[in-house]
Design a protein around this ligand. Structure first.
Ligand code: HEM
Length: 274
């Protein structure tokens, strides 16, 4: 997995974080893996002890959310996957079968609204803050994102054909490999280059699939890779350096560049060159 990631990282070609970066994937690349027993147990624990934080739905969209869960369940059953873990909520029940988080978007007069979600690996956001909100409001804390991509995101979602699946990936740098991160990590000081080898790249593989005229399923799978592995990945390293240098002020703010950007650049310079 690591090798595949470094060969084609989301910053490949020195690209910054504010980009659609959508590419089509096949049916078997959509929710490609069953949840490991460990991941299933972790999700079950959250669903048992912190249910309101990881599972939410808008009551008026209950039918839509259940029908998306039914669609996913049928597809997983057709692959011969079964679950020994049960949950009374249909979306939670299918989310327990895969490592991914599942977010159901419904078309409304306000735009695409987050109608229901089972979110056990959030990267710095709380489900309660986003449930029932249209995408523009969901993205509102990310300064400059709507101006940069809002129209293109809306056009993509509106025009997404049924049964075509697209993926994209984001990325950031984390101190710990914890999957459940509803609030930003606390950094008590600016990073220095010697901190970098112990950091992780956190990258979400996201997919978008239209289920019917008014529903889209957004899936999120968090992958983490030790930054130290970059020492052996010259292409990924050079492209990361270019991406860090090329970030716009809004991209820098979203990435947290002020906290760790300069240290990362300095550390990248210390890695052996061919
Ligand atoms: C074409 C589709 C989309 C694109 C291109 C996109 C892009 C982005 C980007 C660039 C960010 C900034 C942080 C990062 O680099 O990840 C972001 C943040 C975020 N996105 Fe999206 N996104 C898309 C769809 C969605 C959907 C369908 C959801 C529904 C749940 C969503 C939820 C979020 C949330 C919760 C954040 C964090 C917001 C915060 O910091 O409060 N995105 N997105």
């Amino acid at each position: 997995m690591s090798r595949t990631f470094w060969a084609d990282p989301p910053w490949r070609g020195g690209r910054g974080p504010f980009r659609l970066g959508l590419a089509p994937v096949t049916e078997s690349e959509w929710l490609p893996l069953p949840a490991s027993p460990l991941e299933c147990a972790r999700k079950l624990d959250l669903l048992t002890h912190r249910r309101d934080e990881v599972l939410a739905r808008v009551p008026t969209h209950r039918g839509a959310v259940d029908s998306v869960a039914g669609f996913v369940s049928e597809r997983l059953t057709a692959r011969g996957w079964s679950s020994s873990t049960v949950d009374s909520d249909p979306l939670a029940a299918v989310a327990l079968q895969v490592p991914d988080d599942l977010c159901v978007m419904v078309a409304t007069a306000e735009g695409w609204v987050l109608a229901g979600a089972c979110l056990c690996s959030p990267s710095f956001w709380r489900l309660a803050d986003k449930i029932g909100r249209p995408l523009e409001q969901i993205h509102a804390p990310v300064k400059g994102l709507d101006a940069a991509l809002g129209d293109r995101m809306a056009r993509f979602l509106d025009g997404l054909p049924v049964d075509r699946v697209f993926q994209r990936a984001n990325w950031n740098v984390h101190r710990d490999p914890e999957r459940f991160h509803p609030v930003p990590e606390q950094w008590d000081r600016l990073l220095v280059p010697s901190d970098c080898p112990s950091l992780h790249i956190r990258s979400e593989r996201q997919t978008l699939r239209r289920i019917d005229a008014s529903c889209i399923l957004f899936t999120i799978d968090v992958r983490q890779f030790p930054l130290a592995e970059l020492a052996a990945e010259t292409g990924a390293r050079d492209d990361l350096e270019a991406a860090l240098r090329g970030m716009t002020p809004d991209e820098r703010a979203s990435f947290g560049y002020a906290r760790h950007g300069a240290a990362l650049l300095e550390w990248l310079q210390t890695l052996p060159r061919d």
